[in-house]
Design a protein around this ligand. Structure first.
Ligand code: ME8
Length: 541
């Protein structure tokens, strides 16, 4: 498994990270944007840590769900998908998503990869032809057995209605000729995988869910449809199209060259694969059970890991409880509303800092305003503006010149910065962004306290203490420089802006975060820019 850490001077190790490819049945929403930002922050963080990152996102365009949405709008499925692509790509650009590739399952490269994988799995003896007779949920694009449906109906008191065990919508009865994948043969290999690689599924609650599901036994899976045409045709049986999940999962291989004949694609696959997947908790069975089984059947390496985030809910301010977000309840929050309130970087910060990524979280506009004002306007933004103002005022528009060895002199700020990159990285590696950002905010708070304690305005009045004044301002500027680096994965534009104001513009987008965070690197005697407030305070009601 390619888990090697970057080594100075050596070729950068690869880090391949993916989001789910979203169904094109509607425009992106708060949940899909959240997952995409979460993956983007990891991609940016890994680039800063010296990895050669490939970050993939895209769209899942086949299947009945998309075809039905298109029909509802009197459009062909392809025209419908084409019409919705900009809603995704434009929002991702606005949200500063730094994906290196954008895959659509209707692209020719996907057809090639899917057909190749089918051939290989068939040649390896894991496919057979049969007939499917059972239930299907178009919304979930999932098959359910008679027993699963009966149990769910009984538990819900909807006996005989055949509603989806997951989403509660009416199921479709499917009876058709189909190819089956021998998933049942992978129970033991999968359990071995979870045992030997305990971090394969994270967090632990999801790992336990997956393990107990697999321990309960696996049934062979219907992987082609014949009553339906909007999909990739099987290469060896006319009239069959690929089951949409089998198609969708393969996108992760397609994007790194699998099944492509172009020069270099085999090398790319060898270098990039396996991937780290980021998915919501709703689709872990597909990613942690079916997908590794497909890869094993094809003789390919299983993913590096699957991190499953929780679901966003909306906090009801009256009851204090989180409620499921839905259009029908009228409580859905649109990304645009959050962008209008917090701006792009405030948006990213709120969802990354205030949401515990492995759990469900309730969000609200009131909480967004509170976090923005407390952390960004009053703490980080304020530290930057006060410090740059003082530096500019006391040192004639520049940063101070500091005596040699200044960086070894003790201060509470230097103490707070000691080892910060290691502590931050330990959290970020584990997708604990809340923990990582809390480390950074501790340094911001230490610096703000230091201003109150050291009283640079008093030092400025005493010419005998000019060295102390320079030391205090230099210390603060240095803390700001380090914080800007650590916040860059979450708020890249404001971090670049801050580094620029300090006269360290060339440090933006660094690929050696540990070296950048070493105490003592602040530029001295260079012009600094006061600039506008980075995060103007929101007037709360
Ligand atoms: O499942 N909170 O696509 P999808 C947080 N095409 N995240 C949410 C959310 C919420 N309330 N609602 C959705 C599919 N998500 C397949 C994937 S991958 C090979 C194929 C996010 O459009 C979350 O990440 O239904 C979830 O897993 C994903 O959207 C599902 O997106």
């Amino acid at each position: 498994m390619s888990d090697s850490k970057p080594v100075a001077g050596a070729e950068k190790p690869s880090y391949y990270i993916t989001t789910p490819i979203y169904y094109v049945n509607a425009a992106p929403h708060l949940g899909t944007a959240y997952c995409t930002i979460l993956a983007d922050v990891q991609a940016r963080y890994r680039r800063a840590m010296g990895y050669d990152v490939k970050f993939l996102t895209g769209l899942d365009e086949h299947g009945e769900k998309v075809a039905t949405a298109a029909a509802d709008h009197d459009m062909t499925p392809q025209a419908w998908c084409d019409s919705l692509v900009p809603a995704y790509t434009d929002l991702w650009r606005e949200l500063e998503i730094s994906n290196d590739d954008f895959i659509r399952t209707t692209q020719p490269r996907q057809t090639k990869a899917v057909q190749r994988l089918f051939e290989v799995i068939k040649d390896n003896g894991y496919l057979y032809k049969g007939a499917y007779d059972g239930w299907y949920c178009i919304h979930e694009e999932t098959y359910f057995t008679e027993t699963q449906v009966r149990h769910a109906d009984e538990a819900r008191g909807t006996q005989g209605q055949h509603l989806c065990p997951d989403c509660g919508r009416p199921l479709e009865r499917v009876q058709e000729e189909s190819w089956f994948f021998k998933l049942s043969e992978f129970q033991e290999p999968l359990l071995k995988l979870y045992r030997e690689n305990p971090h394969f599924v994270e967090p632990e609650i999801r790992r336990n869910e997956v393990v107990s599901f697999v321990e309960g036994g696996l049934k062979d899976l219907s992987v082609s449809r014949t009553s339906f045409t909007w999909g990739i045709p099987l290469p060896f049986d006319e009239g069959h199209v690929t089951y949409v999940w089998f198609d969708a999962l393969i996108n992760y291989l397609t994007a790194v060259g699998y099944g492509q004949d172009e020069p270099g694609s085999a090398e790319e696959l060898a270098r990039r694969w396996p991937a780290q997947h980021i998915v919501g908790k709703d689709i872990i069975r597909f990613h942690c059970v079916i997908w590794p089984a497909m890869l094993m059947a094809a003789g390919l390496e299983v993913p590096k890991g699957v991190f499953s985030h929780g679901f966003l809910m909306v906090r009801n301010e009256q009851t204090g409880q989180g409620e499921k977000m839905s259009k029908s309840r009228g409580n859905a929050i649109a990304p645009r509303e959050v962008l209008d309130l917090l701006g792009v970087e405030g948006y990213r910060y709120y969802f990354m800092a205030d949401v515990a990524h492995g759990q469900d979280s309730a969000v609200s506009f009131a909480r967004m305003e509170q976090v923005y004002n407390t952390d960004l306007a009053n703490s980080w933004g304020n530290l930057v503006s006060r410090t740059l103002n003082m530096s500019s005022k006391y040192f004639d528009g520049r940063s101070p010149e500091l005596p040699e060895g200044w960086e070894t002199r003790e201060s509470p700020v230097r103490a707070a910065a000691e080892g910060i990159c290691e502590r931050y990285a330990a959290c970020m590696d584990a997708f604990d962004y809340q923990g990582g950002l809390a480390q950074v905010m501790d340094l911001v708070h230490a610096a703000n306290h230091y201003i109150e304690e050291a009283e640079p305005w008093a030092l400025a009045k005493d010419p005998a203490r000019a060295d102390d004044l320079a030391f205090v301002i230099g210390t603060l500027l240095e803390a700001i420089r380090i914080v800007a680096h650590l916040l860059e994965p979450v708020m890249p534009t404001t971090s670049a802006e801050v580094l620029c104001r300090l006269g360290a513009a060339d440090e933006a987008g660094c690929d050696d975060l540990a070296a950048a965070c070493a105490w003592g690197g602040v530029p001295q005697g260079v012009p600094v820019t006061k600039g506008e407030a980075l995060f103007p305070r929101l007037a709360t009601e």
